[in-house]
Ligand binder design. Structure first.
Ligand code: GDP
Ligand code: IMO
Ligand code: MG
Length: 427
């Protein structure tokens, strides 16, 4: 009864989609447990490239049941267009299950996400503008609309009217925007309800029963550890818990059933949006990493900020997630460098820190302490085993492993399904 959690170990976009897809033929269920369509997970199968936002990556594996857990915020219009887009490409989402307890992203959430960001000006978070923060805000405020409300038009109307009574005041009086009409929203969402009804389920019950029956469940995180609402670089974070603890709360699978935690770790670092990033390179080296690694947002198309590998962050991710195995991605991107710097600690006002500083102010002032390692010139994208890697690439991997607090069990040498070197089994 393995229940395996897969988490991003940095600021998102580590290659979670590829890693989840790779495990697709060995699992029975793939569950998204938090986040929403702020995520963009890329999967490359042969010459086909898929960008998934809300659907769990397992939808691409014919024998997997994809599940949207209770911890996710669902934009039903986006979900249906994602389902239709895949259907046009011959991928069926018929097996999809959606937790009745998941919350819905409503039109006012998207409107408020956009206006509040504009209002913040230079202090903006750089959100994806998908209504994620306002939807989680209303969930915590106990004002949210849930997936199960789609099954009861009377309740749905009441909830939409109650929410808009407050939100329209905010939109019109505070931000000078147009009010949103409850009737129109109701009609739109009842339309979604018709199509989503067959997928709505008690997913916590189904998943626990599946584990009882010896099935394998993979819990696929969105975002990454440093974007976690509690453990990330607050306030420059997303509004949910991508860390492994969130996998239980967001799926209804208890901690005692988790068997492994796989941390997805890029061989360098990227971040989208605002917030501290000690190893960020704003020079031509950063631009080189961006173009060589194709570091452009899957969801918003924004340039990703790029920098060297940060071992302090990796160790932190290992600690707060209880990582048992790391999947190191994009090693191939570093081919061709003479020397590769790795951040081993920070210096804050002349004091060395081997761990992330306790306060955000100190973290903002953290200067990376680098050690340099020799690079390799060979193209490694065709390697099929660790032994085939050039000695300096092997040494780089071993160095990261020693610094990161858990063994490296797989290495990505390209975006394709087959471009993976397996060192230890992951499930
Ligand atoms: P996710 O959000 O964590 O699923 O990651 P994204 O899909 O946003 O970004 C990762 C990008 O790197 C995608 O374009 C992947 O196809 C690509 N990718 C994943 N693993 C590797 C790898 O090992 N090497 C290379 N070159 N690209 C990879
Ligand atoms: P995947 O799953 C990278 C970032 C946004 C912003 C912050 C808050 O593909 O790794 P939000 O819209 O969530 O309120 O924005 O979080 N962010 C991501 N960055 N990858 C993601 O997802 C992200 N999802 C949100 O850029 O800085
Ligand atoms: Mg992504």
């Amino acid at each position: 009864m393995p229940a395996v959690v897969l988490v991003g170990a940095q600021w998102g976009d580590e290659g979670k989609g590829k890693a989840t897809d790779l495990l697709g033929d060995r699992v029975d269920y793939v569950v998204r447990y938090q986040g929403g369509n702020n995520a963009g997970h890329t999967v490359v199968i042969g010459d086909q490239k898929y960008a998934l936002h809300l659907l769990p990556t397992g939808v691409l594996s014919p024998n997997v049941v994809p599940v949207i857990g209770n911890g996710v915020v669902v934009d039903p219009g986006v979900l249906l267009s994602e389902i239709d887009g895949l259907s046009e490409r011959g991928v069926s989402s018929e097996r999809l299950l959606i937790s009745a307890d998941a919350h819905l992203i409503m039109p006012h959430h998207k409107a408020i996400d956009k206006v509040t960001e504009r209002f913040l000006g230079k202090a903006r978070i750089g959100t994806t503008g998908r209504g994620i923060g306002p939807a989680y805000g209303d969930k915590v405020y106990r004002m949210g609309v849930r997936v199960q409300d789609l099954l009861d038009p009377g309740i749905l109307r009441k909830k939409i009217e109650a929410a808009l009574q407050e939100k329209n005041q905010i939109l019109t009086k505070l931000y000078n925007r147009r009010a949103i009409e409850a009737d129109k929203v109701l009609e739109e969402y009842l339309g979604y309800a018709e199509r989503l009804k067959p997928h709505i389920a008690d997913t916590s019950l189904i998943l626990n029963r599946a584990l009882d029956d010896g099935k394998t469940v993979l819990l696929e995180g969105g975002q990454g550890t440093l974007l976690d609402i509690d453990h990330g670089t607050y306030p420059f974070v997303t509004s949910s818990s991508p860390t492994s603890g969130g996998a239980c709360a967001g799926s209804g699978i208890p901690p005692t059933r988790l068997t492994r935690v796989i941390g997805i770790l890029k061989a360098y670092t990227t971040r989208v949006g605002s917030g501290p990033f000690p190893t960020e390179l704003t020079d031509e080296m950063g631009e080189w990493l961006r173009t060589t690694g194709g570091e452009y947002g899957v969801t918003t198309g924004r340039n990703r900020r790029c920098g060297w590998f940060d071992a302090v962050i990796a160790r932190y991710a290992s600690r707060v997630n209880g990582v048992t195995d790391f999947f190191l991605t994009k090693l191939d991107v570093l081919s061709g460098l003479e020397r590769i710097p790795v951040c081993v600690a920070y210096e804050v006002d002349g004091v060395r820190h081997d761990e992330i500083p306790m306060t955000q102010t100190d973290f903002h002032h953290a200067k990376p302490v680098y050690e340099e390692f020799p690079g390799w010139q060979e193209d490694i994208s065709g390697a099929t085993s660790f032994d085939e890697l050039p000695p300096n690439a092997q040494a780089y991997v071993r160095t990261l492993e020693e610094m990161s607090g858990a063994r490296i069990s797989a290495i990505g040498v390209g975006p394709g399904r087959t471009q993976t070197l397996q060192l230890h089994s992951l499930i």
